[in-house]
Design a binder for this molecule. Structure first.
Ligand code: ZN
Length: 164
């Protein structure tokens, strides 16, 4: 296992569409292992291929004591909606509210090519959506709901007080 560098917002790689995995070999296993160690190093709850500079449809989520590797993930069903704050290893120092489905069902393959589906609610659903967006060149800041002016002022004041 090795750590890989996290690609940050502004890098064109994050805006490209990732390619489907067709070969399940040692190289894929190495990529997944490296992504996991990189994600854990930076305390992430999820990571996607483009975030380590690899435009392949691979995602890891690590949330609610659930560690999942998803190869070629695809949302096949979604229900409801929730709004919560998100952050991203590739967009440091930014947090913002994003509307996501409350529940999603995702079809994917494991590192050996076996098919499975997973249904997740709330944070797991949110995390799956966020990571799968990365595979399509979409960042959470694209979907971020703009806070009302009043809230922004409040937050700024708070930050200023903290700094001084
Ligand atoms: Zn992200």
């Amino acid at each position: 296992m090795a750590y890989r560098e996290i690609v940050k917002e502004g890098d064109a790689i994050l805006r490209k569409k990732s390619k489907e995995i067709k070969i399940f070999d040692d190289k894929l296993e190495e990529l997944l292992d490296d992504m996991a160690s990189t994600m854990l190093k930076y305390n992430g709850v999820g990571i996607a291929g483009p975030q380590v500079g690899v435009l392949k449809r691979v995602v890891i989520v690590n949330i609610n004591n659930l560690f999942l590797e998803l190869v070629n993930p695809e949302i096949i069903n979604q229900q409801g909606q929730t709004i919560e704050k998100e952050a991203c290893l590739s967009v440091p120092n930014v947090m913002g509210k994003v509307k996501r489905p409350k529940q999603v069902t995702v079809k994917a393959q494991d590192r050996y090519g076996n098919n499975f589906t997973i249904t997740g609610e709330n944070w797991l659903a949110r995390c799956l959506c966020h990571e799968i967006d990365h595979l399509n060149g979409i960042l959470f800041i694209d979907k971020m709901i703009k806070e009302e002016k009043k809230d922004n002022n409040k937050e700024n004041k708070h930050c200023n007080n903290k700094d001084s």
